[in-house]
Design a protein around this ligand. Structure first.
Ligand SMILES: O=C(O)c1cc(=O)[nH]c(=O)n1[C@@H]1O[C@H](COP(=O)(O)O)[C@@H](O)[C@H]1O
Length: 270
């Protein structure tokens, strides 16, 4: 199944636009969990507690690699595919390099980790993304208007009368999306810009981090970002869900936090 088909199925099946970000912090694991086995058990329990409530999972690679836990990340993604088939996994790696190196990054994401989609930095241009675009069954999720305060430093620069992030969105929608496998990252902290991107790219899916710990406004995101059929968004939250609790009931509390977010987003869907 392609990433786009899996995403649409998960939106419908779980009635959810929520993506749970898997960003394990060694210093924030619940008591009794530590080391690589602790990271695995923590993420696995979060996944098992929320699998009926999400449209995707988004593990962030640095949170694993910094702990020498790439093997844990491989096992975790295999666990999601095995136990919760059909829920797409987005590897958040934000890669971007010349073509000869990019093909190894594509292989890393899709062959080594078996991710369904990957986040990428588009600023090296089309040839840097080609090895990903040609994997038509995989999702190619390109940074457009990032959630962080410094996102505007370059992304908002004037580019022939329009901001650079909008030029990025238009170019990707018009020229890079021949296989229909592109999506864009637009932070929840910039809802007005998110609306301009939506107007430029039709129904292309948008990955929207910045809800929860970064303070994005769900209502504004939904109003500006949803498509006519009330979908089109992967609204991603990591810390607000992962660390909703810090005791042995962390997975139950993650389930509750995800459910609250699912209901809140759904209340603005139509
Ligand atoms: O590509 C991303 O996922 C991403 C893009 C962006 O603009 N902002 C952003 O926060 N992210 C990621 O989304 C997650 C946000 O985490 P929380 O703020 O804890 O929900 C982190 O893994 C970030 O690396």
């Amino acid at each position: 199944m392609t990433f786009m088909t899996a995403l649409k199925d998960a939106w419908r099946r779980n009635d959810s636009l929520v993506c749970v970000g898997l960003d394990p912090e060694p210093g924030r694991l619940p008591a009794g969990l530590s080391g690589n086995e602790g990271i695995f058990a923590f993420c696995r329990d979060i996944v098992d507690a929320t699998a009926g409530q999400v449209c995707a999972y988004k593990p962030q690679i640095a949170h694993f690699a910094a702990q020498r836990a790439e093997g844990v990340l491989e096992r975790l993604i295999a666990h999601i595919h095995d136990r919760h088939p059909g829920i797409p996994v987005i590897l958040d790696a934000k890669r971007g390099d010349i073509g000869s190196t990019a093909k190894h990054y594509a292989s890393e994401a899709f062959d080594r980790y078996a991710a369904d989609a990957v986040t990428l930095n588009p600023y090296l241009g089309r040839d840097s993304i080609e090895p990903f675009l040609e994997r038509a069954d995989k999702g190619v999720i390109l940074l457009c208007r990032t959630s962080n305060p410094g996102g505007k430093d370059f992304q908002a620069l004037d580019c022939g009368g329009e901001p650079l992030y909008l030029r990025v969105a238009e170019t990707i929608a018009r020229e890079w999306n021949e296989n229909g496998n592109c999506a864009l990252v637009t932070g929840a902290t910039w809802p007005e810009e998110l609306g301009r991107v939506r107007a430029a790219v039709g129904d292309m899916p948008l990955l929207v981090p910045g809800i929860g710990a970064q303070g994005g406004d769900v209502q504004a995101v939904m109003k500006n970002g949803r498509t006519a059929d009330g979908t089109g968004l992967m609204i991603s939250s990591s810390r607000a869900i992962l660390y909703a609790g810090s005791g042995s009931d962390f997975a139950d509390l993650a389930h509750r936090a995800t459910e609250e977010m699912r209901k809140l987003t759904n209340s603005f869907r139509h």
